[in-house]
Design a binder for this molecule. Sequence first.
Ligand SMILES: *Cc1c(COP(=O)(O)O)cnc(C)c1O
Length: 454
Amino acid sequence: MTEQFSRRDFLSTSSQAGLAAMFAGVAPTVLVGADASPDGKPAVLGGTAMNQSSYSAWPILQGDEEKEMLKVLKSGRWFRNHFGSEVPLFEEEYAKMCGAKFCVATNSGTSALVSALAALDIGPGDEVITTPYTFIATINSILGHFALPVLVDVDIDTFQVDGKLADAACTENTRCLMPVHIGGYPANMDDFVEVGKKRNIRVIEDACQGHFGEWRGKKFGTLGDAGCFSFQVSKNIPSGEGGAVLTNDEMLADRIYRSHYNCVGRRSGPNDYTHGVVRGLNHRMTEFQGALLRVQMKHTAQYVPIREANGRYLNKLLAEIPGVIPAKLDDRVTMNAWHLYMFRIDPEKFGINRSLFLKALNAERIPSGGGYGHGDWVEFVRRTYDTPAGKRVYPKPVLDKWEERVRHLPQFEKVYSQTVWLQQNMLLGPKTNMEIIADAIRRIQKNAAEIAKG
Ligand SMILES: *Cc1c(COP(=O)(O)O)cnc(C)c1O
């Protein structure tokens, strides 16, 4: 094992409170006997598990939450429209932290996407280009407007939606490009911005997994026309539920605000009740969410360099193991967001398929999964529009034609069936934790033939 160093680096980037919380309940790493070495027998075949410690909990309480939330509770000001309210302060702080001009806070990431699409007047028959490799909320935000999600294939190296294919998939009905930064790794935003400009189509980033990430030094979610975030409890800035839209376009900011606020507009001075400018609903964030989020936002920034150092280190270690292919980080990624750590298992080169691999890795006490189990998007969209209104807007020949465009996604199929996810909190420990993960995977690979026999 290499030096126990990263403790020091780690201390320099972490607050005491954060550190204490991070290691609360974490037993020291004790390797029991020779069996728990990379050369020992895999745990799935009866050996000692490689990992003998536990990972950081998530979310992590930072200490000020109780005080700040009680303040809101006792003030009786539970709604955003007071002088000095938490939600407008959060919007100001988040916009500033991300380098965006405007922010509209919402009650979820899904609401952020829905509000942004409403602001663009997306409706029945409109096409929104996006990725099949995403959480169902991306697709639902499009279906919620009765629009058509046009799925284009992913880049096999980065696992992200391919901007060049997005260009080719545009038709006269395409109204929006919605790249997703899945796993907190960025979609190629140079490509998407270029296609958007060339075709005069707006770009909305689903940055719900992309907090703190940077492409060419600019934060994810500020590269397109608008960027949507989620603060659901698993995300890298958590508040249970919550969301936000960022934009630099004042007109768009006004429309997003209206769409999240039952059409009511914000300007300087009193609210603007000119309704009917844009379709509106209520997607507002509560003051409790705002108070919690302001504390979490400030403190979770400390974890960003830790994940970045550990994630890149793990990339290096795993790339040396036959059949293990970490998701590639483009040179333009100046800071990855690491909502997940993602790698592919090539079953031929590795020796076993993903499902056997996951069983073996979990036996080594390294919690891991295969990602979303949403099944078939074509089936899902067909079922969703199998209603009287759905059939009126999308009669069978229209959906048949759409299916021809989105059915064949070979790179996605590969990524979907071969990718392994580790949760972001596993990147929050010392560097040696990365070595234990790599050792466990190496051990599984070396014994793949035996594991395959069962
Ligand atoms: C979490 C997430 C959403 C939705 O966010 P919620 O806050 O859960 O509504 C949308 N897109 C992606 C990619 C997500 O990961």
